[in-house]
Design a protein around this ligand. Structure first.
Ligand SMILES: [Zn+2]
Length: 138
């Protein structure tokens, strides 16, 4: 969330940020959060899909640089390894093969994008779906 909050520019980016807020295990429950890359609505054509995939990779790269990790109240010892694995998965994923289910709210639509920013923590929050940002909810 620290990385995506500082990189969002396009409407799809805010939807992806909303998607990340949905992965907050401290809100949804430990061990019950998961997703498939196929569930993500990567875009309607090759150009959109390529652009959005590049955005996700930029978010991962920024997080890998430990962007704003000094603001965390803990040291995440495995996060960089997981981020490298996630980056590898995204790099190898062909977005055109995604089959998001329009009836399944796995990937936020425009109305469910994370548009609000927590003034205290400067990260995006999916208000009103969550009461607060991922740091306030801890
Ligand atoms: Zn907050």
């Amino acid at each position: 969330m620290l990385a995506v909050s500082d990189l969002v520019r396009e409407p799809w980016d805010y939807r992806f940020a909303g998607f990340l807020t949905q992965q907050d295990q401290s809100v949804r429950g430990w061990g019950v959060v998961s997703f498939e890359l196929e569930e993500i609505d990567w875009g309607h054509n090759d150009a959109e899909q390529a652009r959005n995939k590049k955005f996700v990779l930029r978010v991962i790269d920024l997080a890998l640089q430990r962007h704003r990790w000094d603001e965390l109240t803990y040291d995440p010892p495995f996060a960089q390894r997981y981020l490298r694995q996630f980056k590898s998965m995204v790099e190898g994923f062909p977005p055109a093969t995604a089959t998001p289910d329009p009836g399944f709210p796995g990937f936020p639509g425009p109305d469910d994008a994370a548009m609000a920013s927590c003034a205290r923590h400067r990260v995006l929050s999916a208000l009103p779906h969550w009461d607060s940002c991922i740091f306030c909810s801890r």
